[in-house]
Design a protein. Structure first.
Length: 397
């Protein structure tokens, strides 16, 4: 996908003296006292901000934080703690500007943070008059918030329509590159792992991937529903019997293309959902009525690992079992280590997936780790994200 990128503008010397508006994703977790408990998103925003500052731009950065009522200031949703943390990270004062819609005083080489963009009425509905006002604040708009790329809001989409120049920041550009490499122009075989508690939340993703992947590995409660569809017993395991026909349809789509949805041949079960519940490995055909399936079995894990090591591209969303409980973590750990050991380009996303990557220390061995959440899922669903669409349109002008 062709979009204008911030580093291209820097290379062409087009930022010096320009007013640059950066939409970042600084929606970080805080404790009850308002202290930031995890600052990955703030640290990830620094390269784009510093790139613009070093090029001599007057830089404004904003983000949403929490879920305030539009038009109402609430202290707990203020970006003040974020501005303070960003000041520490870049070693310079970051002034917080509260009422900024009608004008911002910022000089070349200076950085200011604009208060929570969702305090502005019309932000979430992409109000055109609000978007035009925001666009008038800058010469260059930089979208660097992949976590919001699936939303058409005034500070993400509307401003990109009306700003003089609209481009992708380094974070968004990296996501575009990784998604293109994994899904638009993959190395084959292409293997996708889709796991989670419910088929219903990822049904459209499963159908979308079934049209293009060579192997569609399912895990968690989703795998249990597929086991039901394959005529296997699942005891009292989490599943959606009402979606068995949908699971059968996905398997039929894959089979028609000569591809497959591997069904577990063995599983790890327990009688209770507890970390210390005794774990038993059973053949998939031997699950008892009072069993809970909490992981794939070692034979299944080894079989999947072999497929992953032979893959050209791997897309991973979701753990294979209840990996938070060590007795039921082998499936996820085996798959994670197989992805790390594979020569394939791997793209991983989703909160639980990131937690598994961190738990097994394989971050450096994963091709690209997406932090997008809902945006990542919509990409897997085959949707064109609003941020990608508008930036591509602006690049064609």
């Amino acid at each position: 996908m062709k979009v204008l990128r911030l580093d291209e503008l820097v290379a062409d010397g087009r930022l010096a003296g320009q007013r640059v508006f950066i939409r970042a994703d600084l929606n970080v977790p805080q404790d009850d006292a308002g202290r930031i408990t995890e600052d990955t998103r703030i640290r990830a925003s620094v390269p784009g901000i510093e790139m613009a500052l070093k090029a001599g731009a007057a830089v404004m950065v904003t983000s949403h934080l929490g879920r305030p009522v539009e038009g109402e200031f609430t202290p707990e949703n203020s970006l003040a703690p974020v501005a303070h943390r960003l000041s520490e990270l870049i070693g310079r004062e970051v002034r917080l500007v509260s009422h900024w819609i009608d004008g911002v005083d910022v000089n070349p080489g200076e950085l200011v943070m604009l208060e929570n963009c969702r305090f502005n009425k019309g932000e979430k509905k992409n109000d055109e008059s609000l978007a035009k006002k925001i666009a008038r604040l800058c010469d260059v708009f930089v979208h660097d918030a992949f976590g919001t790329a699936h939303r058409a809001e005034a500070s993400t989409y509307g401003i990109a329509q009306f700003a003089k120049v609209a481009c992708a920041g380094p974070l968004l550009a990296a996501e575009i590159d990784a998604i293109s490499k994994a899904l638009a122009d993959p190395r084959w075989p292409l293997v996708a792992i889709v796991a989670g508690s419910k088929v219903s939340t990822k049904l459209s993703i499963l159908h979308s991937l079934a049209e293009r992947v060579d192997q569609l590995i399912v895990g968690g409660g989703i795998a249990n529903t597929f086991m039901l569809a394959a005529g296997l017993p699942i005891g009292k395991s989490l599943a959606e019997p009402g979606l068995v026909d949908d699971a059968k349809a996905v398997m039929a789509e894959m089979k028609a293309r000569g591809a497959a949805v591997p069904i577990p041949i063995d599983v790890v079960v327990a009688k209770e959902f507890k970390a210390d519940a005794p774990a038993t490995v059973k053949a998939a055909t031997d699950v008892a009525d009072d069993d809970l399936i909490l992981d794939i079995g070692p034979q299944t894990a080894a079989k999947l690992a072999a497929q992953l090591k032979a893959a050209g591209t791997i897309v991973w969303n979701g753990p294979l079992g209840v990996f938070e409980f060590d007795a039921f973590a082998n499936g996820t750990q085996t798959v994670a280590r197989a992805i790390a050991a594979s020569d394939a380009f791997s793209l991983a996303g989703g909160g639980d997936t990131l937690a598994a990557i961190a738990k097994y220390g394989i971050a450096k061995d994963v091709g690209y780790i997406s932090t997008g959440g809902g945006a990542f899922l919509e990409v897997l669903e085959g949707k064109t994200l609003p941020a990608f669409e508008i930036l591509a349109r602006r690049a064609d002008r």
